[in-house]
Design a protein around this ligand. Structure first.
Ligand code: HPA
Length: 283
């Protein structure tokens, strides 16, 4: 099965299991240790990725993979709980198939979440960051290869990849809830090794505020299809070139788990916003 066939096959399978999705359904991608967000989804119906042949299967602890359909603050949501990463050996194109499928099912707004290291020295571990822009340092692109013309153009614009209206809405909701949120540029690296001090210094000088091993390639695939994007990082550690603490995967998951409570509150508040419907209208 090639990528295009897998896209149609997986979309058909999910439609058979869930029926047509409701207008205004919000898409979510939930990253490492962010299960408290998945727990906030009520009336959930889960489809394990293992029951959807054609979807890439995640292999890393903390990334247990399933698609969850349910409601968040009364709004229908389709959540990818767990994702696969480039460092597992997947191509960018395969890793982004699930996001493309959400778009194909009719999701028009997608919230992508992740665990990330803070490169901006003013940002603290345990806080949230709204992604305003990104840098792709993976050396890969999910759109490499023949363009899928029915999904989007050969050369999609990335000048406004992260929706300013959704960022403003998320900031207003965070303020209302008394949650501190940062805003900044996210850089994706391929991993799985963490950064050397020289690399951390280089990414900071490039203009990145947070660093992680996901999200940017998904954003590219989603923008290719014209989805509106909001990105939220859980800053799980400070990644500083001159006082590098050892970064452990367990530590990242533990801080992500704690910060995820704030993420769940913010996403529940956002899902309840009538203004989101304006943002959910096709661009
Ligand atoms: N670097 C890369 N990926 C990460 C980090 C980091 O410091 N923290 C969480 N994911």
């Amino acid at each position: 099965m090639n990528h295009h066939e897998a896209f149609h096959h997986v979309s058909r399978l999910i439609r058979e299991k869930l029926g047509n999705i409701q207008a205004g359904t919000l898409g979510l991608v939930l990253g490492s240790g962010l299960s408290p967000v998945a727990d906030a989804i009520s009336g959930a119906e889960d489809i394990p990725y293992s029951e959807i042949p054609g979807l890439p299967q995640s292999t890393v602890a903390g990334h247990g993979g399933f698609l969850r359909a349910g409601k968040l603050s009364g709004r229908p949501v389709l959540a990818l709980c767990g994702r696969v990463h480039l460092y597992e050996g997947f191509s960018a194109r395969d890793a982004c198939l699930p996001v493309r499928v959400l778009g194909g099912l009719g999701v028009s707004t997608l919230v992508i979440t992740n665990a990330a290291g803070a490169l901006n020295p003013l940002f603290d571990a345990g806080s949230l960051m709204l992604i305003t822009d990104h840098i792709n340092m993976t050396g890969q692109n999910p759109l490499t290869g023949p363009n899928l013309d029915d999904l989007g153009p050969r050369f999609p614009d990335m000048g406004r990849a992260w929706c300013p209206e959704l960022i403003a809405l998320a900031r207003r909701q965070a303020m209302r809830l008394g949650l501190a949120v940062e805003r900044g540029v996210y850089v994706q690296v391929p991993g799985p090794s963490l950064e050397t001090p020289a690399e951390t210094r280089a990414y900071r000088q490039m203009g990145a505020d947070a660093i992680g091993m996901s999200t940017v390639i998904e954003a590219i695939a989603a923008r290719h299809m014209g989805l509106r994007l909001l990105g939220i990082s859980c800053l799980t550690n400070k990644n500083m070139p001159d006082c590098m603490d050892e970064i452990s995967h367990e530590g990242v998951l533990e801080t992500a788990g704690r910060t995820a409570e704030q993420m769940a509150r913010l996403l529940s508040a956002l899902a309840a916003c009538p203004e989101l419907d304006t943002a959910l209208r096709p661009a």
